[in-house]
Design a protein around this ligand. Sequence first.
Ligand SMILES: [Zn+2]
Length: 239
Amino acid sequence: MASAELRRLWKLHLIDVAIYEIRARAASLDPGKKILAEIEALKKTLEDKGGRAKTLSAELQDLELQQKSADDKIAKIDKELYSGKVVNPREVENYEKELESLRKNRGSHDERILELWELVPPAKAEAEKIEKALEAKRAELAEHQKKAVALKNQLESSFKQRMAERPAAAKEVDANLLAKYEAIRKKLDGVGMAEVIKRSQCGACGTLLPERTLQACLDDKVVTCESCHRILYYTEGVI
Ligand SMILES: [Zn+2]
């Protein structure tokens, strides 16, 4: 068995390990970097695809309007021509020329309109699909952030609790031993002790401990691991 002194230090060590782990977890909390990057990528795609759908729709609308206006003009000229009011051959010829030009123009618009009827719906569908994906990603981000905040609060509360426990646990330890422990902790990432595992190994660095070190542990002496320099804690029965 470890001495009462070392057992008290071990208690403090367990608090310090908990604090160390809480700090590490808090540092690795992710506000959703990956999801945010995905959202940015989707926004960019939507800009391209949504822009294309809008351009095509606008072009279609414009051509349909032009076509309607041409139809109105054609109908108006037809009406004039067949009203019997236009008798001058030159005037008739002019009207017919205008009709021809309007019809030709209309024909060329027809082709593009047919093409646009094919292009607009899939372009719109594609943009809508991206919009939906973006919406889903935003919901995913909100959910992720909600969980991250909950975890952060939980970590903060555990941290406060451990920090509150620490002074009393430290007070229990002999001042010299505590100073030694703190000095080791400072050098070694906040972890100053290691358990002897399998009755022969340092639990922190895995080094196989020499017989004299193990014997010193059994003799209740304060011994450190020769490799990682942490204070060893030995309890019989540890497998
Ligand atoms: Zn070690």
